[in-house]
Design a protein around this ligand. Structure first.
Ligand code: BF8
Ligand code: SF4
Length: 655
């Protein structure tokens, strides 16, 4: 490991490697250089036993100083830091969901601006989930009910009323569990405030109490994300299968290239539309047209709904600019490295920030006012066309690396594909394949890049091993970005990497859908951005409902091989709370407290059925994930046999 950390080429992406090789010694710095400059990283911080909660600190736990100045024990410090991480993630996802809710409120109030309802069927489905009448009512009234409820999900103060979005999207046993453990949230903003107060100096010192509050906060992350996904679908459409391309080879020398970076489709959808409308202006400027392409989760959003190609994922965002061919990188919120501005200044590239709470010094700032969305989007595209005219051809070098991507697998789209095999009960196509042993279970790959491990390396190594062992694979976020870029999200990858069972399963779906699909189904099903992890969890819920059991029995695992952000911590925490084993491929700052570490690895399983697996080695991680699935499929078989033999009805509730 020590040797690897001296190597600047910490990626397996051939496009990223090419850019790194070309810029070696140029003085243009990226995260790959800064990662090396940062070594060795602080071991107190790495294990979680550094506290900066008050300004008596920093307090580091050493042999000489076994407690912080206030007397906080390592377990308090680690648990408090964990809750602060979960809080950061929850606040970000929820703010994203809140932003979309506010745009929807304008539509409901009759001021739609340039936005409109695209998916009436999804609006009906969401409204009916909460018991709102839909038949014969104007769409706007139905939307008003949904938006008012969404707003309450953020702001409710009544201690006796709990989150409806959580209650109505999980199985009843999970709800009971959350109530029993006193972690069922009333609302998002109330819980965030509670948790901030709880982590102040001199507040909660009890590590178990802090961990439970982390889980309650993480459930708010789930609620905020679910609202974001549901409302984005209503606004821009529920994704359906789409064919596109990924990696830096999607940049085109003769086009105005616009990179869309961040998370929220409220902006990126509008820029895609403006770019389509302004082709003539680009031609007048000497280009052949305008091409939009995505980075991080806003890239996933516009790939899923508009087929916009993927430029790259988190770790290599600066390298995309180093191709010299990006005219504008327009960003909204989250996961935007401030380093992009410094790199852009070495080229003609303009960085455009757009959101009041996510600015970068020296960048262009276009205040993205949703009431003038198209006008603002056109302003952004106009800046890109001007920048194209200043492009220095001698600095342009585009790696000729790209792969076909088949994406767009919302749960609705997946259900539709399964329905071609079993129209009466589509989800049974998966449960039958698991029951028969054709599939070994399902794995969700999620999360980021983290240069503590080789960029894209862990993602791909684990996925290939699981595919070989017949695990059905779904992905979101920058994990999905890795697979798209490296050619694992198309039909060819099925031929190359799937085990016999998985191949037979996917081919059966291909055959049944051959008149409907534009292309063959992929090895790994792209379910969307990070907020769309709720789509993957809705799949868990659907499987549990079909088997009539609680989620900890479902042979489903999740893996974040290259987790980086606070959002990854909050997602991992709710996935565990909702019953799943979660592998994390980068050691989080927890082992400084064996007590908190033990809760995450073992006690969580006793209470919730879900638990964490820390494993940096991809081969070992694959073995552990397969082991977790085997344990669940084996138990499922035993329960089913017992059920048949003794004619009991539901499968036992314990796990
Ligand atoms: O929300 S996977 S690096 S882009 S945090 Fe960020 Fe991580 Fe990428 Fe999407 Ni998710
Ligand atoms: Fe140190 Fe306690 Fe302040 Fe943390 S809260 S920095 S442990 S004195």
């Amino acid at each position: 490991m020590a040797e690897k950390k001296k190597d600047r080429n910490r990626t397996i992406d051939p496009a990223a490697l090419e850019v790194l090789a070309r810029t070696e010694g140029s003085g243009i710095e990226s995260a790959y250089d800064r990662y090396l400059n940062m070594q060795p990283q602080c071991q107190y911080g790495n294990t979680g036993i550094c506290c900066t909660i008050c300004i008596q600190g920093p307090c580091r736990i050493t042999k000489k100083a076994s407690k912080g100045i206030c007397g906080a024990a390592p377990y308090t410090i680690v648990a408090r830091n964990l809750l602060r991480h979960v809080l950061g993630g929850t606040a970000c996802h929820s703010d994203h969901g809140f932003h979309i809710t506010m745009v929807m409120k304008e539509i409901a109030d009759g001021h739609p601006g340039d936005y409109s309802i695209t998916d009436s069927a999804k609006l009906k489905m969401v409204a009916e989930r909460f018991g709102f009448p839909t038949e014969g009512r104007p769409e706007q009234d139905v939307l008003k009910d949904v938006v008012n409820l969404a707003m309450e999900e953020f702001s409710r103060l009544d201690k006796k009323v709990y989150s409806a979005w959580l209650e109505k999207t999980i199985v009843p046993e999970r709800l009971e569990k959350a109530m029993e453990c006193n972690i069922m949230p009333n609302s998002i903003h109330k819980t965030i405030a509670e948790s901030m107060a709880q982590t102040h100096m001199g507040m909660d010192a009890d590590p178990v109490n802090l961990v439970f509050q982390s889980l309650k906060t993480a459930l708010c992350d789930y609620i905020g994300m679910h609202i974001a996904t549901d409302l984005s679908d209503i606004l821009f459409g529920t994704p359906t299968p789409v064919v596109s391309e990924a990696n830096m080879g999607v940049l085109e020398e003769k086009m105005v290239n616009i990179a869309l970076h961040g998370h929220n489709p409220i902006l990126s959808e509008m820029v895609v539309k403006a770019a389509r409308d302004m082709k003539d202006e680009a031609i007048a400027a000497g280009a052949e047209g305008i091409k939009c392409m995505g980075i991080c989760c806003t890239g996933n959003e516009v790939l899923m709904r508009q087929g916009v190609p993927v430029l790259t994922n988190f770790a290599s965002q600066e390298l995309a600019i180093m191709t010299g061919a990006v005219d504008v990188m327009v960003v909204d919120v989250q996961c935007i490295m401030p380093g992009i501005q410094t790199v852009a200044e070495c080229f003609h590239t303009k960085i455009i920030t757009t959101i009041p709470n996510a600015k970068i010094p020296s960048s262009y700032y276009v205040d993205f006012d949703e009431t003038r969305a198209q006008e603002k989007a056109r302003e952004i595209v106009g800046i890109a066309i001007d920048a194209y005219k200043q492009r220095d051809a001698s600095k342009v070098s585009i790696p000729q690396v790209k792969h076909k991507v088949v994406a767009g697998f919302s749960l609705e789209a997946l259900t539709d594909i399964l329905a071609a095999v079993n129209p009466d009960n589509p989800i049974k196509v998966i449960t039958d394949a698991i029951d028969s042993g054709e599939l070994a279970g399902v794995c969700l790959f999620a999360g980021c890049n983290n240069l503590k491990v080789i960029h894209d390396g862990s993602h791909t190594a684990i996925a290939k091993e699981l595919a070989k062992n017949n695990v059905l694979l779904v992905a979101t976020g920058c994990a999905a970005g890795s697979y798209a870029k490296l050619g694992l999200m198309n039909g060819d990858a099925v031929e190359e990497y799937a085990g016999e069972g998985l191949k037979a399963f996917i081919n059966r779906l291909n055959e049944a859908n051959k008149d409907k699909l534009q292309d063959k189904l992929p090895l790994i099903f792209h379910m969307g951005s990070c907020v769309d992890n709720t789509r993957a969890y809705d799949l868990v819920t659907a499987l549990a409902q079909e088997w009539q059991m609680d989620t900890p029995k479902v042979p489903f695992v999740a893996s974040a091989p290259e987790a980086m952000s606070e959002k990854a911590v909050s997602i991992g925490s709710w996935v565990v709370t909702l019953g799943m084993p979660v592998h994390v491929g980068v050691m989080p700052p927890i082992p400084g407290s064996p007590l908190v570490d033990g809760i995450a690895l073992q006690i969580a399983q006793d209470v919730y059925g879900g638990y964490f697996i820390w494993e940096e080695d991809p081969a070992e991680a694959a073995k552990k994930l397969l082991g977790a699935l085997q344990e669940r499929t084996w138990k499922l078989k035993v329960h089913k046999m017992a059920q048949e033999q003794y004619e009991t009805d539901a499968i036992s509730k314990t796990w």
